[in-house]
Design a protein around this ligand. Structure first.
Ligand SMILES: Nc1ncnc2c1ncn2[C@@H]1O[C@H](COP(=O)(O)OP(=O)(O)O)[C@@H](O)[C@H]1O
Ligand SMILES: [Mg+2]
Length: 302
């Protein structure tokens, strides 16, 4: 028997009045995959996720979740899926550990699992702190632990890293990786392109209700054939000298720096090294931001 994918979405549509929030979306998520739905605000990420979770009914199209139909509400699926709650839906005045035990008891989970989940999300030392006294990042991690406490096969996270400071975001990345290493399938949304590039096996780039591209981040970036930018401190080379270097397509100067674009960075870097012109060197390759720009003609603004 071949195993069905964790998620299958085929030509799903959902309108609110005239607005096509989800406009013919299709994708599959393999078991164990870390799948990202990426796009600016209003792209249709949350609506898509809620349809897959079985929280919203699509107008049309097909959805399979772990081989089952999630709509109408399918109780067979509930023990197998974890949905991150909004941080506001904790029980009142309970400590972190008590929150987890309370969620766990809904599924008949042992107290030991609650402790293990606190450890996994790096909150073991906050076990006895009341949830409303935790920082934003700690509350996010607690809400993820609550989504995991019953050991689901697939976890859905809607912008888990939004509104976190950079350090808290990075801590959460480690948590998400640890969850994937436990063999879980993760489907998550983000408007952070850099983050999707680092975490996801594959990303669907959404804009205005449609999936514009779907691939591993590295494939999307490579497919762009965008140049690499090499930037130096100003004064080491003139723009004319830079453009004479084999491999440099174009050189531009501003007040502080000289930037060269190239599709062959290796010979350019060795030519610069030979001239001892490496001060302030920065190399920027194409990112998902460039992919978004290439797909939509618009700069990416979350
Ligand atoms: N319940 C709703 N009623 C009316 N419009 C909605 C509703 N939910 C979402 N929308 C609209 O649908 C579009 C997609 O929203 P959403 O799925 O939340 O996008 P994202 O999560 O990518 O920001 C937006 O234009 C949003 O305003
Ligand atoms: Mg959203």
């Amino acid at each position: 028997m071949t195993e069905e994918p964790a998620v299958l979405v085929r030509d799903v549509r959902k309108s609110y009045g005239e607005l096509k929030a989800v406009d013919g979306v299709s994708f599959t998520v393999a078991r164990g995959e870390f799948f990202g739905i990426l796009g600016p605000n209003g792209a249709g990420k949350t609506t898509t996720l809620e349809i897959v979770e079985g929280l919203r009914e699509p107008d049309s199209g097909e959805v399979r979740l772990l081989g089952e139909s999630p709509w109408p509400r399918n109780v067979k699926l509930l023990p197998r899926i974890g949905v991150q709650l909004q941080a506001s839906s904790f029980f009142e005045r309970l400590t972190a550990k008590e929150q987890l035990r309370a969620f766990g008891s809904l599924y008949g989970v042992s107290h030991g699992t609650a402790e293990e989940m606190l450890e996994l999300v790096g909150l073991a030392d906050k076990a006895d702190v009341q949830e409303n006294k935790l920082s934003g990042g700690q509350r996010q991690r607690l809400s993820i632990a609550c989504a995991l406490v019953h050991d689901p096969d697939i976890v859905f996270l809607d912008e888990p890293t939004a509104a976190l400071d950079p350090q808290a975001r990075r801590n959460l990345w480690d948590v998400l990786r640890a969850i994937q290493e436990r063999g879980k399938t993760i489907v998550y949304t983000t408007h952070y392109l850099d983050e999707a590039e680092i975490l996801c096996d594959r990303v669907a780039i959404m804009d205005r209700g449609r999936v514009l591209a779907l691939d591993p981040p590295a494939v999307l970036v490579r497919g762009l054939d965008a140049p690499t930018h090499v930037t130096l401190q100003k004064g080491l080379l003139s723009a004319v000298e830079a453009e004479a270097i084999d491999g440099v397509d174009e050189a531009r100067e501003d007040e502080v720096s000289l930037t060269m674009s190239t599709r062959r960075p290796a010979p350019v870097l060795s030519a610069l090294a030979e001239r001892g012109a490496l001060d302030g060197l920065q190399v920027r390759t194409a990112t998902l931001e460039d992919v978004f720009l290439g797909l939509t003609g618009r700069e990416y603004r979350a």
